[in-house]
Design a binder for this molecule. Structure first.
Ligand code: ADP
Length: 487
């Protein structure tokens, strides 16, 4: 007998969304010069608020405020005082966690269970972790008394809006930089609420500036001569535009770009556990995850078993109202993203792969896509090569470990991978041969502020998180090997 779930909606009364938002520059809310655009709830298409399109002159104002704050205040503050601000921000994020979780879900479409249990606690954890580093930078591994770059421009995507903000702002501030951050155009609300947190924490004016807008605002930030470094997370396509824009300048960059991760299931894996890992790997956050396990590689001898169990499990994924605490898969973030998913999945059909979607009912309003797998996928199919960034899994098979490695590495990306086996020696051998920055074994999509994250090849430059992530915000004072008299 199947029990049906009663609706368990989270209340939205905890959030107070203003009818419109200005830009947060120099500790104050200022009107922008580029007009406004609506921000919506992708699950209902309800307009939530009006957002300012930051212009090049707004960016200029923000960069000047950040420079002023850097020169006059932030760079003069003792490191442990900087740390105290970060601790304060972390505690406020915890205190206001429910408000942030509800707002994130309303603006992004992700299930409240995920924003409440993953996004917001991890965002607070990033501030706590980096608060601890602020006065210990001598031990970061870049030499004694390392110096910050100065003013950092940060551009983030819409898939984990507050968490990506934390990944960017926490290390930048801990290392003594000041920032101008541009949130993604479809998900600006939690970044704007974070501006309130900065005020609440009495952070000195201009240390954090938030300028909303679309790609044009991002481009103005990248091209501003007053920026010392760009930290970007988003598509490989825009990453390449940024790399070209800063080539030949003094600007530094870290780029977290796309991925097409292989999730490898060996025949000796604990199959039920692996199936849960496959589900988490591709359907967490609607598959809007750059490190998603979007290419499943199953050893041929267990293919039938894995596929049966996977389809049975997929049919149980609860798709619908993101504000319901029982929802597993929420809304696709935007009409544009839904169109992209539909375009790529149609290519899957026309190139000869076989589509199977979970038999779920999709709400009429909003942007939705049922959990889907494609079997009969070959390496040349677009769905095996291109990032779909949606709840769509491409299934391939292999016979030998060597074939698994070859197929897993046959991608221009190299962000993450998963390995499922009961043999540690096989896991270690596989991990050593995979060209991916983050490799999970017998688990998937686990994140921790102490663990560096980043990719090989077209998945980006640099690492975020952990001690390695600090290097992206510090000028090294350590002589490298070649400087000491190598070639
Ligand atoms: P996605 O595919 O995840 O939407 P994008 O790379 O398009 O990724 O967007 C990620 C972020 O980059 C967003 O904040 C977006 O506004 C910004 N962006 C888009 N185009 C540019 C550009 N030419 N220069 C700088 N930032 C940009």
């Amino acid at each position: 007998m199947e029990f049906t779930y009663a609706a368990a909606p989270e209340s939205r009364s905890v959030v107070d969304i203003a009818p419109s938002y200005k830009l947060f520059i120099n500790g104050d809310w200022v009107a922008g010069k580029g007009g406004t655009f609506p921000t919506i709830n992708p699950a209902t298409e309800e307009v939530l608020s009006k957002i300012t399109q930051g212009s090049a002159s707004d960016i200029d104002r923000a960069v000047k405020a950040a420079r002023n704050a850097y020169t006059k205040i932030w760079s003069k503050l003792p490191a442990k005082e900087r740390g105290k601000y970060l601790f304060r921000i972390a505690r406020i994020l915890q205190e206001r966690a429910r408000e942030f979780a509800v707002l994130e879900t309303l603006n992004n479409g992700k299930p409240i269970r995920e924003s409440r249990d993953v996004d917001i606690p991890l965002a607070a954890a990033h501030f706590f972790y980096h608060a601890g580093w602020a006065d210990k930078l001598d031990y970061a591994g870049v030499g004694k008394s390392p110096k910050p770059y100065g003013v950092v421009g940060q551009i983030i995507p819409w898939n984990f809006p507050l968490l990506m903000l934390a990944w960017k702002i926490a290390p930048a501030l801990a290392t003594g930089n000041t920032v101008v951050l541009k949130p993604a155009e479809t998900t600006p609300l939690t970044a704007l609420l974070f501006a309130e947190v900065c005020q609440q924490a009495d952070l000195p004016d201009g240390v954090v500036n938030i300028v909303t807008g679309d790609g044009r605002t991002g481009a103005a930030l990248v091209n501003h001569p007053g920026i010392d470094k760009i930290a970007f997370t988003g598509s490989t396509e825009v990453g390449k535009i940024i790399a070209r824009a800063i080539a030949g300048t003094e600007k530094k960059a870290t780029l977290e770009l796309g991925g097409k991760a292989a999730n490898i299931i060996y025949d000796d894996a604990a199959i039920d556990q692996a199936v849960e890992g496959i589900i988490n790997g591709i359907f967490f956050n609607q598959g809007h995850v750059c490190c998603a396990g979007s290419r499943l590689l199953v050893q041929e001898s267990v293919y039938g078993t894995v596929l049966d169990k996977l389809q049975e499990r997929m049919a149980k994924i609860r798709v619908g109202d993101p504000m319901d605490k029982n929802t597993d898969l929420g809304a696709i973030n935007s009409a544009a993203q839904l169109a992209k998913i539909k375009e790529l999945t149609s290519a899957g059909d026309s190139e000869g792969a076989t589509r199977w979607s979970s038999p779920c009912e999709l709400p009429e309003k909003g942007f939705w896509f049922a959990p889907t797998i494609f079997t009969g996928v070959t390496e040349s199919h677009r769905i095996a090569r291109e990032e779909i960034f949606g709840p769509v899994l491409s299934v391939l098979t292999f016979r030998t470990p060597a074939e698994a490695i070859e197929k897993a590495n046959a991608t221009p990306y190299g962000l993450s991978a998963g390995i499922w086996s009961e043999k540690s020696s096989k896991i270690l051998w596989t991990a050593q041969n995979l060209r991916a920055g983050v490799i999970w074994s017998n688990t998937f999509n686990k994140f921790d502020p102490a663990s560096p994250f980043g990719g090989y090849k077209e998945s980006g430059w640099g690492r975020e998180g952990g001690r390695h992530g600090l290097h992206g915000y510090l000028l090294t004072t350590q002589k490298s090997h070649s400087q000491k008299g190598g070639k």
